[in-house]
Design a protein. Structure first.
Length: 105
């Protein structure tokens, strides 16, 4: 993630994290639904003020920007970690494509 646009301001990842801590007391993202359907992503948000939940859902789903350079760095980190666990490239790519949820359209 390279940041997000919130209230017409282009914010960094750290600024987005700080803003979300003010409004949300819990957030989590997981793959799948009840350990099935791994191509889906489950986003859970908790806040004391319900009107802020819709704001943050919109931010997480529509306003986050992804930078291709950062994605390549993250991919390289995952590849290096896979080497530590003795995973070969084929099984690593199979695992990553099973979790692929981003649509370019």
């Amino acid at each position: 993630m390279s940041g997000a646009i919130i209230d017409n301001d282009d914010l960094t990842v750290d600024e987005v994290a700080d803003k979300s801590k003010c409004d949300l007391f819990h957030k989590s993202i997981s793959f799948g639904i009840s350990n099935f359907y791994k191509r889906y992503v489950t986003l859970k948000l908790r806040s004391e003020e319900y009107h802020k939940l819709s704001k943050w859902m919109k931010i997480y789903l529509k306003q986050i920007k992804f930078d291709s350079a950062n994605l390549l760095i993250c991919s390289q980190i995952l590849i290096n970690e896979a080497a530590e666990y003795n995973l070969d490239g084929n099984s690593s790519m199979d695992l990553l494509t099973n979790f692929l949820t981003y649509d370019m359209s």
